[in-house]
Write a protein that binds this ligand. Sequence first.
Ligand SMILES: CC(C)(COP(=O)(O)OP(=O)(O)OC[C@H]1O[C@@H](n2cnc3c(N)ncnc32)[C@H](O)[C@@H]1OP(=O)(O)O)[C@@H](O)C(=O)NCCC(=O)NCCS
Length: 144
Amino acid sequence: MLHTLVFSDIPALIAIENEVHAHPWTAEAFEICFKAGYSGFGMKKDEQFVGFIILALGAEECHILNLGTARAYQHQGVGTQLLLYALQHAKFYGARIAYLEVRASNVHAIALYRKVNFFPTGIRKGYYQTATGHEDASMFTCEL
Ligand SMILES: CC(C)(COP(=O)(O)OP(=O)(O)OC[C@H]1O[C@@H](n2cnc3c(N)ncnc32)[C@H](O)[C@@H]1OP(=O)(O)O)[C@@H](O)C(=O)NCCC(=O)NCCS
């Protein structure tokens, strides 16, 4: 079931974030998003969050800021449902395009984005930190 995220969901989001990202967002990063009024949706199974998405809307654009599915629930359609719901929400509120950055090495996420009609628009050199240095971000856009 999909839920609109609220400030008190942050600990549950951090639990997923820490499980799935080598360089996870901090609590402060989530707090900044809620304080800024960004939109967020979470998927619950058995009363527990198993995935979430956070997006910023403005100027007819939707920036997908974060997306994660708890490891035990990956590759079961959660990410697709969250992303499609977020894009529908963004379109309803006037967005004409959605865009995002993803680690160039993140083949699973890139497969998901391509599946829902995002196409690559470029590279941001050394955008992300890695254990040993930096890696490029691939930029993707989707027309809504
Ligand atoms: C990327 C991520 C959000 C996908 O979520 P998910 O719930 O597993 O996604 P879905 O089950 O809806 O899968 C959608 C597509 O992603 C790809 N994919 C997801 N997991 C995969 C896996 N383990 N192996 C191969 N492809 C995979 C497939 O193309 C899949 O489509 P398919 O089911 O038709 O094969 C999830 O893997 C994740 O949380 N990863 C770590 C965090 C992350 O990378 N976030 C994105 C940052 S930009």
